[in-house]
Design a protein around this ligand. Structure first.
Ligand SMILES: [Zn+2]
Ligand SMILES: [Zn+2]
Length: 235
């Protein structure tokens, strides 16, 4: 350990990125939080990444994907959207904890390794400028930038643009969300032939990500892949 790091550790000992308990190494979780964190592991839907409760062979699809294949090629997430991941994401998004981005991105790279191999460009789901002004940063943009640093993907934060401010969608039904998003995004750069990795913090109904995927494909992208930090695991 460098003398500088030793001094720094004395002054600012590394803390668990979730509960802030002092830990031996920076950018990690304490043992209690590791126990509580439910990382998504196999078996899961080979298309959308939905975890299965029963053991199924590799390549199996969930009921939704078997019925109608989503427009994106594959999606993966690090965590189910549960109390643990919700707290972590909220402190990252609203609690000034941008320092969490490298650790969170590291997990995204691990969960999405298969997908990353098939992509060449990485871009986030954009925020509307009004929300950006309020929050100072786009959490998805920060994650995408950190994932790009850990991979050889080209980071382009401006492929998609949010041109319409949409009201919060939390309480809306699936149909209402799709309607709410109509005309909200635009593709502002040529994407022909590119395999694009789209990054967001959470996939709930997937309406936003589906909307962006369809726009990218309509603009000529070869494929769209998705990695999020967390995803809803119940409809
Ligand atoms: Zn902890
Ligand atoms: Zn699926």
């Amino acid at each position: 350990m460098s003398p500088f790091r030793q001094v720094l550790d004395l002054l600012l000992p590394p803390r668990c990125i979730s509960c802030e308990k002092i830990v031996p190494d920076p950018k990690t979780l304490c043992l209690d939080c590791w126990d509580r964190a439910a990382f998504i592991t196999k078996p899961f839907c080979s298309c959308c990444g939905l975890p299965f409760e029963i053991d199924v062979p590799d390549g199996a699809l969930c009921l939704d994907c078997a019925r109608v294949r989503p427009p994106f090629k594959k999606a993966r997430s690090v965590f189910p959207y549960d109390d643990f991941s919700k707290k972590l994401i909220l402190s990252f998004k609203h609690g000034d904890r941008t320092d969490l981005a490298p650790a969170l991105a590291g997990w995204m790279v691990r969960s999405g390794a298969d997908l990353i191999k098939q992509c060449d460009v990485i871009t986030p789901v954009p925020l509307h400028w009004r929300r950006l002004a309020k929050r100072q940063f786009n959490q998805a943009g920060l994650l995408a930038q950190e994932v790009a640093k850990l991979t050889n993907l080209t980071f382009d934060p401006a492929i998609l643009k949010r041109i319409r401010h949409t009201p919060p969608q939390g309480h809306l039904s699936r149909m209402a969300r799709q309607k709410n998003l109509k005309g909200a995004f635009r593709v502002t750069k040529p994407v022909q032939g590119h395999s694009i990795l789209l990054i967001d913090d959470v996939m709930t109904t997937g309406a936003t990500l589906l909307n962006c995927t369809n726009l990218l494909l309509k603009s000529g992208a070869k494929d769209v892949f998705i990695i999020t930090l967390a995803r809803a695991t119940h409809a």
